[in-house]
Design a binder for this molecule. Structure first.
Ligand code: HEM
Length: 262
């Protein structure tokens, strides 16, 4: 069984399946991430604390006390990291194989259109990798502007970044890469796995376009809402934020406010 799995992984079809499945996992993450981020638009559930901050803390509380604080978030991070690595490694191996096949002089012209699309996928994929590293440094680790970042105060961090155009522009480029990559990726998954047919193609293309538009418009609504003033400043100053949030999560027995842990 495990030998068969290894053989499948080594085959071209196996690698395409890995690219498709890991891509699907990341699209699933993006749908959940978008839904969570859109909580910036919801009213504050209690005075002084934004809904998105309560949500982020609730995510870290999943499984407590049976699991340590943040365990499920960390498990998700590791699964995503594995998905990104497998996705990139298999894409690089597949593209090396197809380059080697073309060097053999096989049907050069037929490949030209496909090669352009593949190049654009490489460019958008690389842009996405750079974007993800920047995004984690910016909004998860907080090292891009440490004096404008507070761990766990998501609304404050978003407000600080997106009331300035350079951040809005960086995220716009990132989301354009997401939209193109998801559109073309979803579309080519159907084709490379042999699922396409004249009757189904309209539906597949519709799904691919729908996902791309959902991510582009959904994610970009956040920076543009801040920079245009639709979303205002955070409901409490960052130095009070952790205390208010922690008090909201405290059980009657543990009522001492403390720093929000990561
Ligand atoms: C305008 C668009 C986006 C906004 C406003 C946004 C916002 C955020 C925020 C506030 C966090 C920190 C969450 C926390 O500390 O609990 C975060 C984490 C993250 N974001 Fe985004 N995000 C956006 C787009 C994206 C995209 C397109 C991707 C993937 C390609 C992505 C991937 C991630 C990942 C992997 C994390 C780390 C999650 C973690 O801390 O475990 N984000 N994002």
């Amino acid at each position: 069984m495990s030998r068969r799995l290894v053989a499948l992984y080594r085959s071209q079809l196996g690698k395409k399946v890995v690219v498709a499945v890991t891509g699907l996992i990341m699209v699933g993450f993006l749908v959940v991430h978008l839904a969570g981020n859109l909580k910036v638009f919801l009213p504050d559930p209690e005075p002084g604390v934004a809904d998105i901050d309560v949500y982020a803390e609730a995510l870290r509380e999943i499984g407590v006390p049976f699991l340590p604080h943040g365990a499920v978030v960390w498990a998700t991070r590791l699964a995503l990291l594995a998905a990104v690595i497998l996705h990139v490694v298999c894409v690089l191996q597949l593209s090396a194989q197809s380059r080697a096949a073309r060097r053999g002089g096989y049907a050069e012209r037929r490949y030209q259109r496909a090669t352009w699309a593949a190049r654009l996928m490489m460019v958008s994929g690389l842009t996405l990798l750079v974007y993800i590293v920047f995004h984690l440094a910016h909004l998860t680790v907080g090292v891009v502007e440490p004096d404008r970042f507070v761990h766990g105060a998501l609304y404050y961090n978003l407000y600080e970044a997106f009331t300035r155009w350079p951040f809005v522009l960086i995220y716009t480029v990132g989301m354009a890469a997401v939209a193109f990559h998801v559109y073309h990726g979803a579309w080519s998954v159907f084709q490379t796995l042999g699922l396409d047919s004249p009757e189904r193609n309209r539906l597949f293309r519709g799904v691919a376009i729908g996902l791309a538009i959902l991510f582009l418009v959904g994610f970009l609504s956040i920076p543009f809402a801040f920079v245009s003033g639709v979303l205002g400043p955070p409901p409490s100053p960052p130095e009070e934020h952790a205390g208010i949030l922690q008090a909201g999560f405290a059980t009657p027995a543990d009522n001492a406010p403390s720093e929000v842990q990561r």
